[in-house]
Design a protein around this ligand. Structure first.
Ligand code: GTP
Ligand code: ZN
Length: 297
């Protein structure tokens, strides 16, 4: 009888898949069957490995994938740690809304981390923190202090959860990642993967253990495309709009010119941020402009 065991792919190196299981890490090869089906196991995939007596382990099945993001891609991402800088590059609410919209669309939770607060003029920082408190109110965890983030993060990463970093180029993703990875390696006595990365090898993504789950060791991605979002579903990706829309007169209200729109009422009352509404309209327009005509779909 060949034993089968379930696990999570934590790294892929030249055709070998390292799978973390309850028996520890198992190195395995993928069965040719995946190639035929054009199916390729990704880091983050939940898989079944078949063990045999000769010590040859085969990855024989990929369990259903709930999402896939980034380049290199990571599967089954539970949460994005979004790094937004206060300065260099300057803080931008529009950029923040773009990221949040994208991950909401992908059904991935976001935790916001404000970086470079140490080099931000005090008055500017006060204003940014105030703006971020709105996001906390609508349900996004916000960290504006790196030490607090590192202290709380192990608790936040739930069992087998996969986190990945995202944010604009220069925001500080690699800086934070190196810090977290160093800590994780110190805690577990692991050798840093970073040391094995030759300059000329293709950049691979690996998961390192953190908290009760994992963090991807590659800074995810910096740019997001929003035009694939369906126009009439966009409002659902703005969580506070979605919540308010239960009180809109029309069930399919897009919060534009419709009468008795709760979202517009709350914008007027200052309860929904005007900047959120403006960004909603802007992204909407973008989707409209790039939308394929119905007959081409
Ligand atoms: N003062 C200060 N500098 C920071 C902080 N975080 C990052 N930096 C600096 O900002 C620059 C960019 O940081 P990176 O970590 O390379 O940014 P990144 O998001 O990985 O950028 P890409 O690799 O281009 O996507 C580096 O010079 C860092 O040293 C911070 O919290 N405070
Ligand atoms: Zn409405």
């Amino acid at each position: 009888m060949l034993e089968k065991i379930e696990g999570i792919v934590i790294s892929v190196i030249s055709g070998y898949y390292d799978v973390e299981t309850k028996k520890g890490a198992i190195r395995s090869r993928a069965r040719g069957v995946f190639r035929n089906r054009k199916q390729k196991p990704l880091v983050g995939d939940h898989v079944i490995v078949q063990l045999d007596e000769q010590g040859m382990n085969y990855l024989v099945e990929i369990l259903p994938r709930k999402n896939e993001i980034g380049r290199p891609a990571v599967a089954n991402v539970d949460q994005v740690l979004l790094v937004i800088s206060a300065v260099e590059p300057d803080f931008s609410l529009e950029l923040l809304d773009r990221y949040l919209t994208f991950f909401a669309w992908k059904n991935i939770g976001v935790t916001i981390y404000l970086s470079k607060t140490d080099i931000t003029p005090a008055a500017q920082l006060v204003k940014i923190k105030e703006e971020l408190s709105y996001y906390e109110k609508i349900g996004y965890p916000v960290f504006t202090d790196g030490n607090k983030l590192e202290k709380d993060l192990p608790e936040l990463i739930k069992k087998d959860a996969i986190w990945t970093l995202a944010g604009q180029s220069g925001a500080g993703k690699s800086t934070l990642l190196n810090q977290l990875e160093k800590e994780a390696n110190q805690a577990t006595g692991q050798i840093s993967y970073a040391l094995n990365r030759g300059k000329h090898t293709t950049r691979q993504v690996q998961l390192f253990k953190y908290g009760k789950g994992y963090i991807a060791d590659t800074p995810g991605f910096s740019a997001v495309d929003l035009y694939k979002i369906k126009l009439d579903e966009l409002a659902n990706d703005f969580y506070e709009f979605k919540k308010a829309s239960a009180k809109c007169k029309f069930r399919s209200c897009q919060h534009l010119q419709e009468p008795k729109c709760e979202v517009k009422k709350l914008v007027k009352a200052g309860e929904i941020a005007q900047s959120r509404y403006d960004d909603y309209l802007k992204i909407r327009q973008e989707i409209q402009d790039k939308r394929m005509p119905d007959y081409l779909k």
